[in-house]
Design a protein around this ligand. Structure first.
Ligand code: KPL
Length: 302
């Protein structure tokens, strides 16, 4: 049976997956808050243009206002971390314990909040390295092919809907140990994002500038200690190398946190460094460097 996906948060990543799902089976709807102005003659539809290399694909979607009443069987959430709870609350009357809800959001800690608010609902989590950015409201550039990992705590085998995701042009993998994957991404972001956001530099400067590389070394030591205390031993022992590899592979990138600061947007630091600090406190491990970075970023982003 074909799954009908609703997409909550059609930014660059949400739009990329929405277009891929729509082209796969034609049953994808974009959720709107009801205050967006439609760009098409039909107010119930929206068009996205996906630019990939030299080719442009135009995909037309039905939209659905959050306040409507139709049941949502499959929901992909790709909003900013700090928007998830309110965005989900706005469509919660359309979901129940039979719905499949996939969170593809930066950072950690949101799942715990949602599982408390909706204890009987079925949440999945995912993380992607697909590179995408929006050049205008409706145009998304697919800048780099990545890899998407999806899973659910204590669930070895994927649900039926994942069969469709395996055939998307965006490579997807079911991960039995998704918490480890999310931790890895969160700690790499804790190391790179606040430092680059404060120094207003591309990722590569963290290795090429001696002042920043000294700061990075101390920060990675602290993050590795917290990771080990939280039971993520393999990640802890490889952290310095992993962070160096990510920086080398993304040397010219401006981190998402730097981009948020430059655009005067709220950052996701509370779900990255903030989550790490919360775990450090639970384990009785000091985290002064992460705490100082969190304070500075919060000051900078107002
Ligand atoms: O994920 C990233 C981000 O910017 O959020 C990194 C890996 C740091 C690449 O820029």
């Amino acid at each position: 049976m074909v799954s009908h996906w609703h997409i909550l948060g059609a930014g660059a990543i949400g739009g990329l997956f929405a277009a891929a799902l729509e082209r796969l089976n034609g049953h994808t709807s974009l959720l709107t808050r009801g205050d967006t102005v439609s760009d098409t003659a039909d107010p119930g539809r929206r068009t996205l243009n996906i630019l990939s290399g030299d080719s442009t694909t135009t995909v037309d979607f039905p939209t659905s206002t959050a306040s409507e009443t139709g049941y949502i069987s499959h929901l992909l959430i790709t909003t900013k971390a700090y928007d998830v709870a309110a965005a989900l609350a706005a469509v919660s009357h359309r979901l129940d314990e039979g719905s499949h809800i996939l969170l593809m959001v930066n950072g950690m800690g949101i799942l715990e909040i949602l599982e408390k608010d909706y204890p009987h609902w079925r949440f999945y989590v995912g993380t992607t390295t697909e590179g995408a950015y929006r050049t205008s409201g409706n145009t998304i550039v697919h800048a780099g092919i990545g890899f998407t990992r999806i899973g659910r705590a204590n669930t070895d085998s994927p649900p039926a809907w994942f069969e469709g995701w395996r055939t998307l042009p965006l490579p997807c993998h079911w991960d039995a140990d998704i918490t480890e994957v999310l931790w890895q991404k969160m700690v790499v972001n804790s190391a790179i994002n606040p430092l680059t956001a404060l120094a207003a530099c591309p990722n590569g400067a963290l290795l090429s500038r001696p002042d920043l590389s000294a700061q990075l070394k101390g920060l990675c030591d602290e993050i590795a200690t917290i990771s080990a205390a939280a039971g993520h031993h393999a990640i802890a022992s490889e952290l310095h190398d992993t962070v160096r590899e990510v920086i080398t592979g993304t040397a010219n990138n401006r981190s998402s946190m730097l981009q948020d600061i430059e655009a005067a947007r709220q950052t996701e630091v509370e779900y990255i460094s903030g989550y790490l600090i919360a775990v450090a406190r639970q384990r009785g491990v000091p985290a002064p460097l992460n705490e100082a970075l969190l304070r500075s970023i919060l000051k900078l982003s107002g």
